[in-house]
Design a protein around this ligand. Structure first.
Ligand SMILES: Nc1c(NC[C@H](O)[C@H](O)[C@H](O)CO)[nH]c(=O)[nH]c1=O
Ligand SMILES: CC(=O)[C@@H](O)COP(=O)(O)O
Length: 172
């Protein structure tokens, strides 16, 4: 299903739990700034809408999406950070550079999730052109930043549920 069939800003309430005490890092790529700033606005507003405190949302800027991974790792190493949201926009150009960046960032962010055992969200648009990016950064297909924030909230809720069940012995 593509974003044109499922609006990025629409979601269920499943796994959403209290996040008033949770701390979030949002790492934002400067490349395609008009798009990534819109993604950040969506993510920030969604986190605060669901109860995150403004003082618990920490923004870090990186030159491009390729650098999202290392900055996410630096943030994940901080014990007080509960979840990291990575926001970027990699627009296809004339060469295969697009493919290498997208693959590196997707794999890199996956690795940080697993290495640090905390949610590190892939909020990176990989469109063919600027219009596709704008459509997914608050346009007709919603906002990838909204989706990334909700995903972080849901994964924190799921982690809490799993930990509770393991303590109570209630089977999965
Ligand atoms: N072309 C895009 C880039 N390129 C820059 C890389 O992300 C990286 O900063 C550079 O290769 C140095 O390591 N980055 C984006 O985020 N979006 C693009 O469209
Ligand atoms: C994703 C990129 O780095 C790309 O936008 C750069 O464009 P090009 O492949 O034409 O050099």
């Amino acid at each position: 299903m593509s974003s044109k069939d499922k609006n990025l800003s629409l979601h269920s309430e499943k796994s959403i739990q209290e996040i008033g005490k949770k701390q979030f890092a949002i790492v934002v790529a400067e490349w395609n700034e008009e798009v990534t700033e819109a993604l950040y606005k969506g993510a920030y507003e969604k986190l605060t809408e669901y109860g995150a405190k403004k003082e618990n949302i920490h923004r870090y800027d990186v030159p491009g999406s390729f650098e999202l991974t290392l900055a996410a790792q630096w943030a994940a190493q901080k014990p007080e950070i509960d979840a990291i949201i990575c926001l970027g926009c990699v627009i296809q150009g004339e060469t295969r550079h697009f493919d290498f960046i997208c693959d590196a960032v997707a794999q890199g962010i996956t690795n940080v999730n697993l290495r640090h055992n905390k949610p590190v969200i892939f909020g990176v648009l990989t469109p063919e052109n600027q219009q596709q990016a704008l459509d997914r950064a608050g346009g007709k297909h919603g906002n990838k930043g909204d989706e990334a924030a909700i995903t972080a909230i849901k994964m924190l809720g799921l982690h809490t549920t799993i930990l509770k069940r393991s303590k109570t012995g209630i089977g999965f």
